[in-house]
Design a binder for this molecule. Structure first.
Ligand code: 13P
Length: 249
């Protein structure tokens, strides 16, 4: 069985109540267009999860961008995976490079968060990716494979865990790696998953993220072992995001 393709939008710290209209437009575009051969996910900020989930937009799953590793307790300002499930989220992104950089999150913490996500019966999208300095130093594969090994919990399966490769230097910059570079990293990730999880490793979905837009999506999504996209900026407008989903039509 092949990995399930997924096109996921990470809205980051963007979106207000009025952004419901983007979800409505996306839902309409998905309904009217040729059926997409991929799952579609939107991860809005926490404040919009329950209202988006309650919209029950056909063919659009709702997810979150982070969670705490514990289910409840004295952690002011934090949100647990249990709360996210309660709000209607089905997926949780963990280990995004902006969390790793802005909040000093280690791969061990990312692994604990991923475990929390899985124990609530949600799917985790675990992000890995090198900085520009690490790429220039020739350590891309070492960095990315190290993050993968330390961030993915033992209980991961292809049904509850998705890996996203997001080179830090490609996020929000308009720059992307070449398709060959993406293929090299994704093939290394695939091999590491097969080494760890046996034949099951072939079924994990591997997303590429970093400056994906309608004009480059088809080419990036055609690289070997790329099973979808994690999209930031271009996921905020339904028409742009739909143009990326076109890669799977
Ligand atoms: P951009 O698509 O804006 O480059 O962001 C990618 C990203 O970080 C998605 O998680």
């Amino acid at each position: 069985m092949k990995p399930t393709a997924l096109v996921a939008g990470n809205w980051k710290m963007n979106g207000l109540a009025e952004s419901r209209s983007e979800l409505e437009t996306l839902s309409k575009l998905l309904k009217e267009g040729t059926e997409a051969g991929c799952n579609v996910l939107i991860c809005p900020p926490y404040t919009l999860i329950s209202s988006f989930a309650a919209m029950n937009a056909e063919s659009i799953a709702i997810g979150a961008q982070d969670c705490h590793a514990k289910a409840s307790g004295a952690h002011t300002g934090d949100i647990s995976a249990q709360m996210l499930r309660d709000a209607g989220a089905e997926y949780v992104i963990v280990g995004h490079s902006e969390r790793r950089a802005d909040h000093g999150e280690s791969s061990a913490l990312v692994c604990a968060k991923a475990n929390a996500v899985l124990s609530e019966g949600l799917r985790a999208i675990v992000c890995v990716g090198e900085t520009e300095a690490e790429r220039d130093a020739g350590s891309t594969l070492t960095v990315v494979l190290g993050q993968l090994a330390e961030s993915i919990p033992e209980s991961a399966t292809p049904d509850n865990m998705i890996v996203a490769y997001e080179p830090v230097w490609a996020i929000g910059t308009g720059r992307t790696p070449t398709t060959d570079d993406v293929a090299e990293v994704h093939t290394a990730l695939r091999n590491a998953l097969v080494e760890r999880f046996g034949e099951n490793g072939r079924r994990f979905s591997l997303l590429y993220g970093g400056s994906v837009k309608p004009s480059n999506a088809k080419e990036l999504m055609s690289a070997p072992n790329v099973n979808g996209a994690l999209v930031g900026g271009a996921s905020l407008k339904a028409t742009d995001f739909n143009g990326i989903i076109d890669a799977y039509r």
